[in-house]
Design a protein around this ligand. Sequence first.
Ligand code: UD1
Length: 428
Amino acid sequence: MKNLAIWGGRPLSGKVYCDGAKNAALPVLAGALLMDKSTILEVPDLADVRTMVALLRAIGANVRRSQGEISVSSPGSLICEAPYDLVRKMRASFLVMGPLLVRCGKASIPLPGGCAIGQRPVDLHLKGFEAMGAHIAIDKGFVHASAPNLRGAQIYLDIPSVGATENIMMAACLAIGETIIDNAAQEPEVVDLANFLNSAGARINGAGTSRIRITGVKRLLGTTYTIIPDRIEAATYLIAGAITLGNVCVGNIIPLHLKPVLAKLQECGFSIIEGNKSVEINAPFRAQPVNIKTLPYPGFPTDVQAPFVSLCSLGQGTSIISETVFENRFAHAEELRRMGAKIRIEGANAVIEGVPNLTGATVQASDLRAGAALCLAALAAQGVSYVTGLEHVERGYAGFAAKLRSLGARIAVFDEAIEQASGFTARG
Ligand code: UD1
């Protein structure tokens, strides 16, 4: 298991650049199964991307990777069953279901795993496929779907689920006739997937609004496509600047995608300077209290909730952050309390009484964004913190320690297995 040691209390300053968005790269890689050949640029080097590449290979696609570029060619005959070992690692693996179903006429995918943040069912994905004529059966932890001819349908999503919108949209590209998805997710990553598919000849309209219309085509051609920058990564580094009372500029981003986060950072009293492809934050004093409710885009992103809880823990008053997208997404609160944070969880609300200082401690990252939040708190805390479970953070942040180090953080990665074997321990 890899862990981080962070010596806190150093204001961060300088500029970091964002990688391509994980949450765009994963569905786009799944979407590559719909076309003969595609080349995807700016793909981040992340554990989740490696899992998706392994999954594509396991179902018969040829994948070549060199640095940020991935080429996928999908032969006519794909294997329509996804291996449990890969799918259990990452919920986004379920996104291969739509492409497999429409290309092979059937697909068998294990029920997915992923972050420990609530139940996260896939019922909306399945309802969509059923409306398109698929027969669905769940047996021994596998979802078996079959549909010799998937047909367009009118689908209303009870919740604007990102994954369900993407999965149904992909299947609809090659289905017969028109599909309309109402109450669709409007996230920039959904738009990115639609742009990728359209660049290969798909006919998708309305992505980025709550109604997406897809007219099925017979075949998708090849394409070369560049992934959008990661807005969640960007938000994390901006908060790193804010929580350490520093001055950080984040480059290679689309500021528009960060609007809800920037609005809250401004409400905290920080100065925000938006450039064309960058945002700079200047934090001369601790955050003013704010109230936040996570919502589907264009609302405040649930993936930035945990980092913001860390920021408000060192704020100047009492903030309330409500989590409405996922249940059970406050695992970081308990760990932050070990560092001296005053956080009460009341149902879906975190009531955070800001304190002037946090103290370094050993804390456990239980999921990706909770892990990032703990690292942010550690960067600002007095003394040294050990954040265990770095593998969770590495699912979503490429070069995390190196980027923070370039901003002046004192941070070391250590591997417990190697330490134990060598008899040396970084925890002193
Ligand atoms: C995606 C993102 C994740 C982000 C989330 C919400 C990727 C790879 N992951 O996850 O980082 O936190 O969007 O912005 O893009 N739901 C159902 N039934 C379903 C599907 C979802 O009830 O069939 C519920 C979920 O339990 C959750 C809510 O809908 O409460 C939103 O989930 P969804 O938008 O589907 O998230 P993901 O696509 O899994």
